[in-house]
Write a protein that binds this ligand. Structure first.
Ligand code: CAA
Length: 286
């Protein structure tokens, strides 16, 4: 087996996560096609990648040659079937809607080769449901990346009851090329990371709601008292309040635990468009 199992990769969804995933796959040496539903989205994704790489050059972490090398390995497309034809790996990073993800994977079943690995970047949805009805369940797996993808070391691999040992091994091997540390988790609501991370974020919002302390001081408690790199409210801003609200609602239903009931303040902020960093306003002004 050659060093890179995944020579050709399609990344579906050019948002924050998809752009980051395309970048790290290209950095690992794969030829990547970044695909989204329109040109504006793919161009925005490419802009994110260019800006990150440029920041790396400015910081002296990346050479100009490396930047150009990575960019040269990323093509863009708005045609999903064409982007996925002949690839060894598809990583899906579209919005967290079960029907959307499942529909895409069902459609791809007839487009990609039988040994093409199908990975979903879902942060909490049931992988069994995401891959329901997709031919070749043994090559289906969850690859949960973390934001900002190029900097965060974790890759949470989520196996369903059907994921083969070969698919897990290929994923672990590629994780090393991505310079990520993989963990292996069973398909269960919220996996290991989102279940714990969202729990902390929701409790922090309840504390703001109850006037326990300011967002800044609640965050400081976790940063200085517990050594977290970022407090739970700032992190909620970074991830997006809408994204975390959807996960909370899903986990509340799936796990049946009251602790995952979303605070009213969170719903109000999302309704008002205060989504965090991406909208310019959340618990902080960005
Ligand atoms: N290119 C290359 N290197 C870069 C870079 C770039 N563009 N930008 C930053 N870096 C490097 C820096 O040089 C620095 O390297 P050293 O440690 O060698 O000095 C390192 O990356 C950290 O960067 P900064 O010093 O600029 O920033 P920081 O120390 O504030 O760290 C952070 C930034 C990594 C984002 C940190 O704040 C952090 O870990 N925050 C928490 C993020 C988190 O929890 N993410 C998970 C969200 S949940 C999720 O994503 C799951 C989901 O499903 C939604």
């Amino acid at each position: 087996m050659s060093k890179i199992r995944f020579h050709k990769v399609a990344v579906l969804g050019a948002g924050t996560m998809g752009a980051g995933i395309a970048q790290v796959c290209a950095q690992a040496g794969s030829a990547v096609t970044l695909c989204d539903i329109n040109d504006e989205f793919v161009q925005r994704g490419m802009q994110r990648i260019r800006e990150f790489l440029q920041k790396g050059v400015d910081k002296g972490k990346t050479t100009e040659a490396q930047r150009e090398d990575v960019l040269a390995r990323i093509a863009v497309s708005t045609d999903r079937a064409a982007a996925c034809a002949g690839v060894d790996l598809v990583v899906e990073a579209v919005p967290e809607k079960l029907e959307l993800k499942n529909g895409i994977f069902r459609e791809l079943g007839s487009v990609v080769a039988a040994d093409c690995v199908l990975a979903s970047n879902t942060s909490s949805l049931s992988l069994q449901k995401v891959f329901d009805g997709v031919p070749g369940q043994d090559r289906c797996i969850g690859w949960h990346f973390f934001n900002p993808v190029p900097l965060m070391k974790l890759l949470e691999l989520v196996r369903t009851a059907h994921t083969s040992a070969a698919t897990i091994a290929a994923s672990q091997q590629y994780a090393a090329l991505l310079q990520k540390e993989p963990i292996l988790v069973k398909d269960s609501p919220g996996f290991a990371s989102s279940r714990l991370g969202v729990c902390l974020g929701l409790e922090a919002i309840r504390m703001v709601e109850a006037g326990v302390a300011s967002p800044e001081d609640i965050d400081k408690a976790m940063v200085l008292g517990y050594g977290h790199p970022m407090g739970p409210l700032k992190l909620t801003d970074l991830v997006g309040l809408d994204v975390r609200l959807a996960i909370a609602d899903y986990l509340r239903t799936e796990l049946g635990l009251e602790g995952f009931a979303a605070p009213e303040l969170m719903r109000t902020m999302v309704a008002e468009g205060k989504l965090g960093k991406k909208s310019g306003q959340g618990f902080y002004s960005w």
